[in-house]
Design a binder for this molecule. Structure first.
Ligand SMILES: [Zn+2]
Length: 310
């Protein structure tokens, strides 16, 4: 069952009713009104200012489009002030959908195209990918990378495909969205070559998405010039080491994402993840880093806009 966004009622800045309330109309959220946002009866009530916005830097839209819940996703994300999203590619179908959504929702959804590691043994269509990357609505290359957790036996093919994607990122001067799992050494080695070859703005190299490793690995990624994106995993009970990393990443390298439909954050576990829930990720980062939700939201949105040149 998809979860809607609920609103709590507040008077004079104090929450007086944590229950369901009707969403404020755009008129009511005028320049002075604060917005109080709640996702379920167990979720905390979030206080947002009228200028708060979130950027979900990693969304897979295919399932929402297929099962007819895409409009709900858009409505919920708008209510939660998740105003911009990157539609992740990674296969012919995902790349085409990303571009289609970017065309249909300009300023709201941005395109991304690449070939992910699960295509490593299939020699995917290179000219087709170039066609996507030539389109200015496509703002990044990916997702792409290495995953030796599931398919270590295809490591050499994965490295080859990842290197090809990185070469295209250099050529088109579009940042790369990197997936990596159990492949730290090879990932860093390939990203080092990429970083050396990059001729574009040094702040727009790319992002290591859904970060789950330790501070030492984060240091290497940051030293190469990439950003680091945190997902709902940072809210999980067993994620103390990751929360340590979340305090370590500098302000100007920090991104947030849902990786929807996967990895719903606490307290939305058990639901399908959706971009509106990125508020929970930002809220946890705000707690850990000692900032307001507002400042984390706007900071990470600004970083995403820098990275994707928006
Ligand atoms: Zn992903």
């Amino acid at each position: 069952m998809p979860i809607g966004v609920e609103y709590c009622k507040a008077e004079n800045g104090k929450i007086i009713s944590p229950g369901k309330d009707s969403p404020p109309s755009n008129k009511k959220t005028s320049s002075t009104k604060l917005l109080y946002l709640k996702f379920s009866h167990t979720s905390p009530c979030f206080r947002l200012t009228p200028t708060t916005m979130f950027f979900d830097s990693h969304v897979h839209f295919d399932r929402f489009v297929k099962d007819g819940t895409f409009q709900d996703l858009l409505d919920h994300s708008k209510e939660a002030k998740v105003l911009e999203m990157l539609a992740i590619g990674g296969s012919s179908e995902a790349n085409a959908l990303s571009l289609k959504l970017a065309k249909e929702h300009p300023g709201r959804i941005f395109g991304c195209a690449g070939y992910d590691r699960d295509l490593a043994t299939e020699s995917p269509d290179g000219p087709e990918l170039r066609g996507f990357l030539e389109n200015p609505l496509v703002r990044a290359v990916g997702e792409t990378g290495l995953d030796y957790y599931y398919t270590a036996e295809t490591a050499s093919e994965q490295k080859k495909l990842f290197a090809e994607n990185l070469a295209l990122a250099v050529e088109f001067e579009k940042p790369v969205v990197v997936h990596t799992r159990d492949a730290d050494g090879d990932t860093i080695a390939l990203l080092k070559d990429y970083s050396n070859a990059w001729k574009g703005d040094p702040g727009r190299l790319g992002v290591l998405h859904c970060f789950t490793r330790d501070t030492a690995f984060a240091r290497q990624v940051l030293d190469l010039g990439l950003m680091i994106s945190f997902s709902g995993i940072v809210t999980f009970a067993n994620a103390d080491p990751l929360r340590e990393v979340a305090t370590y990443v500098p302000d100007d390298r920090l991104l947030i994402e849902t990786d929807s439909p996967y990895l719903a954050p606490v307290p939305m576990r058990g639901n399908r993840n959706e971009p509106a829930f990125v508020v929970h990720v930002a809220n946890r980062l705000a707690d850990l880093r000692g900032g307001s939700l507002d400042s984390i939201a706007n900071l990470t949105a600004k970083n995403a806009r820098t990275l994707f040149a928006l």
